[in-house]
Design a protein around this ligand. Sequence first.
Ligand SMILES: [Zn+2]
Ligand SMILES: [Zn+2]
Length: 68
Amino acid sequence: VDNEFCCWCGKPAAEGEHGYCTARLALIDPPRYCPSCGRRMVVQVMPTGWVANCGRHGERTSTSPAVG
Ligand SMILES: [Zn+2]
Ligand SMILES: [Zn+2]
């Protein structure tokens, strides 16, 4: 698993409580931060899903959120 950072709040995944973040992500929210580096991603929300782009790690989409 390369998720070192919480992709909803951007804090280190090993620190703090991310139950709320996980719940939000499981519902409708797209990720806002790159899980690999914690940088803020450019997120586009579309009717079909979302596309999130990290300047270092490239694109993730709602259909392949773990790629990268
Ligand atoms: Zn979090
Ligand atoms: Zn990244």
